[in-house]
Design a protein around this ligand. Structure first.
Ligand SMILES: Nc1ncnc2c1ncn2[C@@H]1O[C@H](COP(=O)(O)OP(=O)(O)O)[C@@H](O)[C@H]1O
Ligand SMILES: [Mg+2]
Length: 268
């Protein structure tokens, strides 16, 4: 065996891989040469200030954005070049929840959960009873899981924020995803509801062996939730480490007013 071969590192299996990804919106560089990968079955938190690129990163994973430069691979699909049908297949394996829940407030809780199956059903659906019985039953199972079976026939808009986010989690889970994306899932919630939602996400992620990528801006919540923290500052990855043993200096680096390399340049 040659020395070069012996030293070759074997890449770890990854569900998601960013390779040299830059994303520009006009003159704004939202992501700047990001290379990072996410291993299966881990809870990963993207931590950074507002505007640091967290949502943009998440939206590349399920193809809501395509990179300006570079490649994104999700569950073996080349998101940067995939066509519509490949993206549809991929999205059935990637659930997403949002800060603002994105429920249809005038529809029942149960119907909202059923809509999580639309990607696998043919044709449009109008009303709860237009879903196959098996889908309605699966939706009830997911609602029971998030502790809201008794709310199934209430209007989604009548629930509290924490309950609405639980409905959104049930809607994401009904498609049995491999990857769960969560974009600031507790930013609109009070501290008690936030803690409940994070606890639920942790429990379900472990039970389902999900690969979770969750953006947050609260350090304490991130540390309690994550296996691994990826820090973003002005579109660049400035920290990538396990959540255990994070130091104050690590956190300061993420929240520095300027990107770390600019600060170093200024210091020289
Ligand atoms: N669709 C868009 N059009 C123009 N600029 C955008 C768009 N999405 C994000 N940006 C810009 O990209 C940067 C990163 O945004 P974002 O990913 O939303 O950050 P975060 O989620 O960390 O708050 C910001 O400067 C934001 O204004
Ligand atoms: Mg955001």
């Amino acid at each position: 065996m040659t020395v070069a071969a012996a030293n070759q590192t074997i890449p770890e299996p990854a569900d998601i891989r960013f390779e040299g990804v830059t994303k520009s919106f006009g003159s704004v560089t939202a992501l700047d040469d990001v290379s990072v990968s996410f291993a299966p079955n881990k809870i990963n938190v993207l931590l950074g200030l507002s505007g640091s690129g967290k949502s943009t990163m998440l939206r590349h994973i399920n193809g809501l954005h395509k990179p300006t430069q570079g490649d994104v691979w999700t569950l073996g699909t080349p998101v940067h070049s995939a066509g519509q049908s490949a993206m549809r297949r991929l999205r059935n394996n990637v659930g997403m929840i949002f800060q603002q829940f994105h429920l249809v407030e005038s529809s029942s809780v149960l119907e909202n959960v059923c809509t999580g199956q639309l990607g696998s059903l043919r044709g449009p659906r109008f009303g709860l009873w237009s879903y196959p019985r098996a889908v309605r039953e699966a939706a009830m199972d997911q609602l029971a899981r998030v502790g809201l079976a008794d709310k199934a026939f209430q209007r989604a808009g009548s629930l509290s924020g924490g309950q609405q986010q639980r409905v959104a989690i049930a809607r994401a889970l009904i498609q049995r995803p491999t990857v769960l994306l969560a974009d600031e899932p507790v930013a609109s919630l009070d501290p008690v509801s936030s803690a409940g939602v994070i606890e639920l996400l942790t429990q379900i992620s472990r039970e389902e062996n999900l690969t979770v990528i969750c953006s947050l801006h609260q350090v304490q919540i991130a540390l309690s939730f994550a296996d691994r923290i990826v820090g973003l500052n002005a579109g660049r990855v400035v920290l990538d480490r396990s959540a255990a043993g994070m130091t104050h200096d690590d956190v300061d680096g993420i929240y520095a007013a300027e990107p770390v390399d600019q600060r170093l340049a200024m210091a020289v």
